[in-house]
Ligand binder design. Structure first.
Ligand code: UDP
Ligand code: MG
Length: 335
């Protein structure tokens, strides 16, 4: 942990007599319609644990009145804290901010829109107390999501578990419990491209999988759209695997081999039977085919070079808005 981040952490984590049993990290962006219900349901779920807990809201640059709502939330038994990012940095950065500031003995990531039912929290904590350091919540049913989203999500998970160098459990999103040890490891991962499903799976540790039915959104609309999801998928693939580079090499090798075989066939036909070279369409097809393979390979290479460029800038992942001082607090991710 470096000095900058430690100072920032001291500002964030108020001294408490007892370390909270669990920190529930809730990132949100323009969720004014659901926050009150979310808070009530999380508090109700935590009351079943009969221990001091922490609820940590991360405002990811909301433009509605979400912030004024959460900053009024409190609870007689549990510690309620709110962080505000200086703009919309994306859910991944908001979750990272929450995990860095969390002070509980374990951390649960939860969506504010109540698609991940807080009522599962006691069951997750029970699994953790039984020895699991990571409790992954696997979606069985996905209510309120169209077949296109379900199918593309399913294909993406299958594809990712195939290309990723580290196993990513299928149909497990961000909703999960992690021991503070696991969270500390994730907080040390410095990359700017935060493909959370990969980062959360990277440390390993002992795992338990629990099943749950994902509810429909309580209100409001999803913040995701297909261009964003394609971007996320590309980020996930290029930040967690170098296999596409290998595929580009293999495609190059395969086309070279096919070209070599074709050259022998054409030469033989011309020399032995005196056949003229078959004409225009095949030549054009071959040129286009090779051009396509070359552009694809350059594109794949470009994706990785782009990642290097972003990583080399070493910008902070998020900036905290310090309301009291009216100036942003820079928080390094190297904690
Ligand atoms: N979210 C966020 N920042 C963003 C987008 C989303 O903090 O830039 C939050 C959002 O408020 C919600 C959670 O991330 O609490 C999941 O977002 P959403 O429901 O839009 O995604 P989906 O469940 O459709 O995948
Ligand atoms: Mg949602």
């Amino acid at each position: 942990m470096n000095t900058v981040s430690y100072k920032a952490y001291e500002q964030l984590a108020p001294a408490t007599k007892a370390q909270p049993l669990v920190t529930v990290v809730i990132p949100f962006f323009n969720e004014a319609e659901v926050l009150a219900t979310c808070h009530a349901r999380v508090c109700m779920a935590l009351s079943n644990l009969h221990q001091h807990c922490e609820i940590l809201y991360i405002d990811d640059g909301s433009q509605d009145n979400s912030w004024s709502l959460v900053s009024q939330f409190s609870h007689p038994l549990h510690q309620v804290r709110c962080l505000r990012l200086s703009r919309n940095f994306g859910k991944e950065a908001a979750m990272s901010a929450g995990m860095t500031a969390a002070s509980g003995r374990c951390v649960i990531l939860l969506d504010a829109d109540l698609q991940d039912p807080p009522e599962y929290i006691p069951e997750m904590v029970k699994a953790w107390e039984a020895g699991a350091q990571v409790v992954e919540m696997q979606r069985q049913e996905r209510h309120g999501e169209g077949w296109l989203k379900r199918t593309t999500a399913h294909c993406f998970y299958r594809f990712m578990s195939h290309v990723s160098d580290h196993p990513i459990t299928e149909n497990v999103g961000d909703f999960r419990l992690m021991d503070q040890k696991v969270v500390a490891v994730i907080n040390t991962l410095p990359e700017r491209t935060r493909f959370m499903k990969g980062l959360l799976a990277w440390p390993g540790f002992t795992r338990t999988i629990l099943s749950f039915d994902r509810d429909a959104r309580l209100a409001g609309t999803t913040k995701w759209n297909y261009p964003k999801l394609i971007h996320l998928a590309l980020e996930g693939i290029t930040s967690f695997s170098t296999k596409p580079l290998r595929w580009a090499t293999m495609a190059g090798l395969a086309t070279s081999f096919i070209t070599f075989v074709m050259a022998i066939v054409i030469f033989t036909k011309t020399l032995v039977w005196g056949d003229a070279v078959a004409g225009y369409p095949s030549t054009i097809l071959i040129i286009l085919f090779l051009g396509g393979i070359q552009l694809l390979s350059i594109g794949v290479l470009g994706e990785y070079v782009g990642r290097l460029f972003i990583e080399s800038k070493q910008r902070p992942l998020y900036v905290l808005m310090d309301d009291a001082m009216q100036k942003p607090t820079f928080q390094s991710m190297e904690t």
